[in-house]
Design a protein around this ligand. Structure first.
Ligand code: HSE
Length: 414
């Protein structure tokens, strides 16, 4: 199989490296060599130290020897036009580009089907963690009830450091930027958009239908403070940015939010730049995939696994993906959570109001007070629908004149 790589940044050069380092292993496993023929770099001047480098896409498009194209350019244009043109020529395409898969995946899957080739995107979610093919093959016989994951290494590094060092968000972000874990413009990671694109791809895999990450309710981690972590510590919990997809009968729920999670959750111990994806099937129960969700070689390894799959299925469309039908996601307000709330003042004279708005009749009121503070305390509410919770916060504030300073959705210890 002769291969072209489009985009010679971190991931593209990683793919070239894995193909070179593992060339004998690959040949043995798939029965034929995988030979890198071109590397496309569309910058005007390209380094001259690599005889495979070209800057004209039409060379790849028109070379019938090239049976597979790897897209690691990032962004949607011209990645979409290039991948589309290759699929229309019957060339298999493999990408690590979650923006492309989120925005154009269903279209590219349909084009691949029409031309009896494959569009693979294992590396677009969870970097080196094999989650896409695992859902397609290994959960094929399951009704997938839930997929919830820590899918962004940058935010997980920041939250882990805040917990371990008692540091605040701003200083931890600066440290992450100094160490190269966060971009100079960190918005895509810390505001949750990277996770919401990955969540949209998992939702499409789980439902078999198209969705848009813009339709997934998304919050980032800018408002998480060291005080929140002090309370989490008292509760034996941690705070993680989670992307979650849930199915209840024929309805689909999805969101990206920071959540307080208990020690019993397998995601509790996914720390630093690592990712973890918890998958719940109706018969299998809970499983978790864990590993490096980003980085040159882990991501390249996932791309190479797609190359192998393409060689193994070179004469057939394999059907990994989803239809072009649009999925309706249930509104955020219809999700139910328990909430961690930080309330102004002390609880002594407002116990009845706290009970009225946030607890069931038979629940015990357990205020958490840090260091004898009198300016605020915290509480875990009973489980309620988000719409009801938000209404209750307003009604509580209006009635008592006390503010709810901050809330974080939680999973209670099970
Ligand atoms: N910035 C992303 C992360 C890279 O931190 O996980 C992989 O999408």
């Amino acid at each position: 199989m002769k291969v072209a790589i489009m985009g010679y940044g971190t991931i593209g050069s990683g793919v070239a490296e894995v193909l070179r380092v593992n060339q004998e292993i690959l040949k043995k496993k798939i029965g034929e060599p995988v030979e890198l023929k071109y590397v496309l770099d569309i910058r005007e001047s390209i380094p001259e130290d690599n005889d495979k480098l070209i800057n004209d896409f039409s060379i790849i498009e028109n070379d019938d020897e090239v049976g597979l194209v790897v897209e690691t350019m990032g962004g949607i244009h011209p990645a979409y036009e290039f991948v589309k043109a290759c699929l229309e020529k019957g060339k298999h395409c493999v990408t690590s580009n979650k923006a492309l898969v989120d925005a154009c995946g269903s279209k590219l899957i349909s084009i691949a089907k029409a031309h009896n080739c494959n569009f693979y995107f294992e590396a677009s979610v969870g970097g080196g963690i094999p989650v896409i093919r695992t859902i397609h093959h290994n959960y094929a016989g399951e009704n997938l009830i839930e997929i919830t994951g820590i899918m962004n290494g940058t935010t997980n590094f920041i939250l882990t450091n805040m917990r371990e060092k008692g540091a605040d968000f701003g200083e931890t972000l600066e440290e992450a930027q100094r160490l190269g874990y966060a971009e100079r413009d960190p918005s895509s990671d810390i505001d949750g958009f990277d996770t919401s694109r990955k969540t949209a791809i998992l939702l499409s895999m789980a439902s078999g239908n198209r969705c848009r990450h813009e339709d997934i309710y998304t919050e980032g981690i800018r408002d998480i403070s060291k005080l929140d972590f002090s309370y989490a510590h008292e509760l034996g919990m941690s705070i993680k940015l989670l992307g979650s997809v849930q199915q209840v009968e024929d309805k689909y729920f999805a969101y990206v939010v920071p959540m307080m999670i208990p020690k019993s959750d397998p995601l509790f111990s996914v720390d630093g730049v690592f990712n973890g994806i918890r998958i719940v099937g109706n018969c299998l129960g809970t499983t978790m995939l864990y590993g490096m969700g980003a980085g040159k070689l882990p991501t390249a390894s996932a791309v190479v696994s797609d190359i192998i799959a393409a060689v193994r299925h070179k004469n057939e469309f394999q059907g990994i993906g989803w239809s072009e039908n649009m999925l309706e996601i249930e509104p955020m307000g219809s999700n139910a959570f328990s909430y961690f709330i930080r309330v102004e003042g002390t609880s002594s004279d407002i116990e009845a109001d706290l009970r009225e708005y946030f607890l069931n009749e038979d629940s015990e009121l357990k205020p958490i007070v840090l260091d004898n503070r009198t300016d605020e305390f915290a509480l875990l509410t009973d489980v309620m629908f988000e719409d009801d919770f938000l209404d209750n916060v307003k009604a509580f504030e209006a009635k008592t004149g006390r503010r709810i300073f901050h809330f974080i959705r939680t999973e209670k210890e099970t």
